[in-house]
Design a protein around this ligand. Sequence first.
Ligand SMILES: Cc1cc2nc3c(=O)[nH]c(=O)nc-3n(C[C@H](O)[C@H](O)[C@H](O)COP(=O)(O)OP(=O)(O)OC[C@H]3O[C@@H](n4cnc5c(N)ncnc54)[C@H](O)[C@@H]3O)c2cc1C
Ligand code: FES
Length: 335
Amino acid sequence: MVRVAEVVPETADAVSIVFEENELLPAYRPGQYLTLRVPSDLTGSVARCYSLASSPHSGEPARVIVKRTASGYASNWLCDNLAAGAEIEIKPPAGVFTPKSLEHDLLLFAGGSGITPALSIAKSVLLAGTGSIDLFYANRDEASVIAADELKALEQRFPERLSVRHWLESLQGLPHPDVLRRMIDSAPTRQAFVCGPAPFMDAVRSAWTASGRLHSEIHMEVFTSLSGDPFAERVPAPAAAADAETVPTEVELEGEVHTIEWPKGVTLVDHLLSVGIEVPYMCRDGDCGTCIATCTEGSVEMVGNNLLEEEDIANGDVLTCQLMCVGDSPVKVVY
Ligand SMILES: Cc1cc2nc3c(=O)[nH]c(=O)nc-3n(C[C@H](O)[C@H](O)[C@H](O)COP(=O)(O)OP(=O)(O)OC[C@H]3O[C@@H](n4cnc5c(N)ncnc54)[C@H](O)[C@@H]3O)c2cc1C
Ligand code: FES
């Protein structure tokens, strides 16, 4: 359980939830998220992910921003019920939407509540790194801009390294592809981090592709609701039969190469955990993207996928919690 230090209104339909210090909130990486357990009379609880808007390099307390989803259950419950002193169960920080280095210049594209991980990344680069940030930030109208004052203060403090381009649909319509293209073309060596509503992310992805930029240099965080409950006690995955066929597999994780025999019929995450290799995962239902990796060799298939687009799959991206080996040729997976 973590205790809420305060709940601060951000806009008419979004609040910041600030947490007290807690061992469940250890060092996190900018762009990562927490999973909150929201009580429900109907189902006992539901689990929802919220990106940390705070920076691990600023000394500020950990904070998430929750925006109400029209007729959504958990977001409205959190906005209506949490107050200073409340306690809530969380899963520790997770997620791979995080820059490899704070020394590189970055392009950030945020739409609405998609600003939360972008804010954490921007603050971290500015405060603890040397990189510069160009942020494109789209919102419905001026009143719905989350963290407007915080961004203004950062721009004043880092005028040479942070540029924020606000885009208001009420005045300018949907973000224009030419505007996105110009921003991408003006920074040919920068990687991009994108988070926002699906049409916004599609528009940025199309502009990226049209600019001829590499798929591996654009990082997308999709805000979906988990379908399962990572807080529930998990039935252990059935162990592979002793005579199960296996495929020789190399798994590269944080620079280390693990060579394993991967049994058919068992997902890669389940197998790696069963042999004591700590891989990143959260939902294990193909919803959150925490277990994403790239398959560079061999034949594999996903038994479920609620996240990856055709283009991601064509690029070799895989959700390893859903990944099974098929065929006989050796497999290589890089996290
Ligand atoms: C990595 C990640 C990061 C994210 N970061 C953020 C963030 O920073 N800020 C943000 O605002 N959002 C974020 N999200 C999205 C967030 O997790 C939720 O998807 C969002 O808040 C909508 O959840 P909701 O329950 O309100 O809406 P929905 O999921 O649309 O709620 C409807 C669902 O709730 C069920 N339901 C309805 N009533 C009940 C009930 N009484 N009991 C149980 N179930 C019920 C319905 O069956 C339906 O499935 C993130 C998501 C991910 C994956
Ligand atoms: S752990 Fe969530 S998609 Fe694999």
